[in-house]
Design a protein around this ligand. Sequence first.
Ligand SMILES: [Zn+2]
Length: 272
Amino acid sequence: MNVYQKAAEIIKNSKVMIITAGAGMGVDSGLPDFRGEKGFWKAYPMYERLGLNFYECANPVHFRKDPELGWGFYGHRLELYRKTEPHRGFYILFEWIKRFNLNYFVVTSNVDGQFQKAGFEEDRIYEVHGSIHFLQCVKPCLNEIWENREKITVDYETMRARNIPRCKYCGDVARPNILMFGDFGWVSERSYNQEKRFESFLEFSYGESAVVIEIGAGTAVPTIRYLSERLENRPNTYVIRINPREYSIFEPHLSIPESGLKALTKIDSLID
Ligand SMILES: [Zn+2]
């Protein structure tokens, strides 16, 4: 049996599915994954001219000191994520869940809301770094977040936003409810509640045959990898690591050195 056949067998024999996804999951939908400075500047040539890398752009300081610069980056991403359609891999996963009646949970470091868009249930998703589709106060004046319905326009010559959303409570600048680098002002309550739901899901499903499908989670921001490593040691649990570059994993877990969409499509073709 090759690795794809093994993966198909594991999925068919599972009762529980945990999908863990990193930036690589979005690549097949056409989203940039910001891998390395070159990857980031290829997606955002203007920042190369400004001499700013991903870590510097994804920094909460801009929303206090220069919100037009901060919202230039996030305003562009907001529009990009809103118009991006999840690739077929999302739907393949969701079809397996329905077909095999799997108890499931999604854990993602992505802030793009793509799993919700593909139909996964809101209360079965844990967004470890928050979501671009919610806003919070920059201070924050209150521990509150609200849905992001703003339309941000960005001047792509300067990567500066033309309009800045405001806190609905105090009128100060509003920022995305995303955990950024060196971020002490993130309102974490929504993610914290998602985490609590995920932990009780793990508790209730303990011992049941489970498959963890990890897709496109690298070691640069290793939150998702740590979680997979923790789940590797659960009884009756197999981890399927799908990653074109950082694919190694110990047996009996499976390593598939391939992009998410290609790997899921191949496995799906073997599930009859
Ligand atoms: Zn406020």
